[in-house]
Ligand binder design. Structure first.
Ligand code: FE2
Length: 546
């Protein structure tokens, strides 16, 4: 059995895995206990680090058929002493990379200046075929809280110059910090018109809350078209990421700022929960095989550290990013460890299985990590960078209350446990960043959302999509009603765009930026509303509204 499974040849290895059909009697996985299967997947995924693969095969003088840095450069996961810098060799980014399956030498440089007259670090690394010739270099020994420039060389070619910024020293209190967050960039629904405006802001960081790609098949007569069918194989996921990353506005925003990324569902499969597909009849085994492909491609294309390296169908994406004593970002993964939506994944009243005490959004390990991290944080602002809405938004009508079962209220005991934790342990200034639903919401998080007098324990900014759902700005009766009937909602808006946030030790200001259209390129930007939070006083206060 193992021989069959390990019938690999360089990067063709994964093709063998992903072609495995559903868990039927004809599947090569049939009869393998789940635990063995997962162990096997972990073993396969560790292969890119096996040194024997590199023996005698390194190409240090590659000749490329065309420019290999077509997908640009990126950086991310800032620490006080460095960031991770990223590129990927791809002379034929939409084909199967256009490279021989051999490791290729890539050198890198980091400089204080854009002209590279003051190079402070340099080194060499390998772009391996097992990782699609992607390159992730974790920089160390840089100074805290400053800008650096970086670039890569391979053969006779040089990458574009990227810009990155380290985080402040752990005990430093920076005067201010500015970041933008976004999510949900469906390529077929529109252009990423927010990014050119984001590029002009004076940001330390960009946060992406997921739905970086969509997995669906290409559909005609849309603004742009996905290549191919719904993606399942590693090469299909890779091609989809390449198609997205070739968007010049997206690529340029990666070049200019360090990013802190997390995924939602569409990086793999719509509304999935852990091992459970939204479609019925998909075995956990074949679902896991697909998840392995999805997670690996995500790692390959994102500026992530080795701590997030995928282990088969598992990948630890939750992590912290600290900006001195000013802010601590807890980047969450609400998909990989959640129990299946206890009450299905549609809208339902908050009854029955919603109160299942074993239902979890984060999984026990991540929840423990989050809570102990928040207790020890020592930062003024404790930020949850996560996916789905935390406020219990009643979208119902005269026929009765309705809540989204895919969001935190579908896991109500989990949600209450976290809010109670904020309250009882007096966590300083919890702020929740949310994506997923292609709308802007400003929500006050209350201990008991049904009691208007219940204490405020945090604030939630829900950011709209970059392009998903098209132009936006339309009147949506269900949400207009929801905004009115839920007292904790301070504002609602249906435009496309992104959100930028400016933090000092005294207050937090949030700017909701809107692009009036995405079906044509080059939209202007409008600030639809500005809200703030005063330090020590949870809840959003309106500053201005358009
Ligand atoms: Fe989305």
């Amino acid at each position: 059995m193992k021989d069959h499974l390990l019938n690999y040849q360089n990067n063709r290895l994964y093709l063998k895995i992903m072609r495995v059909p559903k868990y039927s009697k004809t599947s090569p996985y049939y009869g393998i206990p789940r635990r063995e299967f997962i162990k096997y997947m972990a073993m396969v995924s560790a292969i890119p680090y096996a040194p024997k693969f590199l023996e005698g095969k390194v190409n240090s003088t590659p000749k490329f058929s065309s420019y290999p840095f077509s997908l640009g450069v990126a950086s991310g996961d800032p620490e006080p002493d460095g960031t991770v810098i990223w590129t990927r060799l791809a002379p034929d980014p939409l084909g199967l990379s256009g490279l021989d399956p051999e490791p290729i030498v890539v050198s890198w440089e980091v400089s204080n200046d854009e002209a590279f007259t003051k190079v402070v670090k340099k080194g060499k690394t390998l772009a391996t075929p097992q990782l699609g010739h992607s390159v992730h270099v974790e920089l160390k020994g840089l100074d805290p809280h400053r800008w650096y420039f970086f670039r890569f060389h391979s053969g006779a070619e040089t990458s574009p110059v990227g810009r990155t910024r380290t985080a402040p020293a752990i005990n430093d209190m920076p005067e201010k910090m500015k970041f933008a967050f976004t999510s949900c960039q469906h390529l077929e629904s529109g252009f990423f018109n927010g990014y050119p405006h984001m590029q002009k802001e004076d940001l330390d960081l960009v946060i992406h809350l997921g739905d970086y790609i969509y997995e669906y098949a290409g559909i005609d007569k849309r603004v742009r078209k996905h290549i191919g069918k719904e993606i399942e194989s590693l090469d299909e996921y890779r091609q989809r990421y390449s198609q997205y990353r070739l968007d010049e506005d997206l690529q340029e925003t990666h070049r200019l700022f360090p990013w802190l990324v997390t995924w939602d569902d569409h990086e793999f499969d719509n509304n999935y929960a852990n091992l459970v597909s939204e479609q019925e009849g998909i075995s956990p085994e074949s679902f896991l095989a697909r998840r392995m492909n999805a997670y690996q491609a995500y790692y390959e294309f994102m500026p992530l550290r080795k701590r997030s390296f995928p282990q088969g169908p598992d990948m630890k994406l939750y992590r912290k990013c600290r900006y001195g004593r000013l802010a601590n970002f807890f980047v969450l993964d609400t998909r990989q460890y959640r129990t299946d939506q206890p009450n299905g994944d549609r809208q339902k009243p908050m009854i029955g299985k919603v109160f299942d005490p074993n239902a979890t959004m984060l999984g026990r390990e991540q929840e423990n990590w989050l809570m102990s991290g928040m207790l020890q944080s020592g930062a003024t602002w404790n930020v949850l960078a996560q996916q789905v809405m935390m406020a219990a938004l009643n979208r119902g009508d005269e026929k009765g209350e309705r809540y989204s079962m895919d969001q935190w209220p579908g896991y109500e005991i989990s949600r209450r446990r976290l809010l109670r934790f904020f309250y009882e342990r007096k966590i300083p200034n919890p702020v929740v960043l949310t994506g997923d639903i292609h709308l802007n919401w400003v929500n006050n998080l209350q201990l008991d959302f049904k009691d208007p007098k219940s204490p405020l324990v945090g604030t939630e900014w829900v950011g709209t999509s970059m392009s998903s759902a098209g132009n936006g700005g339309n009147f949506i009766p269900e949400y207009e009603r929801a905004a009115k009937q839920n007292d904790f909602v301070k504002w609602y808006n249906s435009n496309r765009g992104y959100v930028s946030c400016e933090l000092t030790k005294d207050d937090w200001k949030t700017f909701f930026r809107a692009t009036p259209y995405v079906t044509k390129k080059g939209s202007p930007i409008e600030t639809k509303a500005v809200f703030m939070i005063e330090e020590g006083k949870p809840g959003a206060k309106l500053v201005t509204k358009a």
